[in-house]
Write a protein that binds this ligand. Sequence first.
Ligand SMILES: [Zn+2]
Length: 169
Amino acid sequence: MDLHTWLSTRVDAIERLTETTNDPELVASSLRRCDADRRILARHNVDPEKAADRLWATACQGCGYYDTETGDPAAENINDCLELLDLAHAHGLNEAEIAALDRPEPPPVVYSTSARSIRERLAELVDQHLDAQVSVETPAFADSGVAVRLTARKISAVLHISEQDLDNL
Ligand SMILES: [Zn+2]
């Protein structure tokens, strides 16, 4: 259970507990708090449409961008969302309990083992996003899938190459 799921379950439990009291003021106050928490949980969550996107699959969409130029999320993992961590504090979850929660993992990266196929795919991706024919020189260290991937990520920020395409490199 990750942080978001834990909090959602907790809010549901508090709402059920509220139904057992007879104090109308306490009931109204508690229900307002549950509603406010659910609004925060709705805003600070992963985007299910980005489940295949390695960079955004686990990121908090409510926290937005760390850097709009590179498109990097402010909270790469939903468990690191500061809003949810504050909510967790309000619900009595301590640091050890937070650390013990499941941490959502991005989808695995599929690396090509062939430098030639990486170079061809990268050139193909660039071609798809530019009208002009472009040849991509693979750097000397291109035998490393990571190095090529980093280069591709920099290009993708300019050309808007999707994470899915990057993952298929
Ligand atoms: Zn957030």
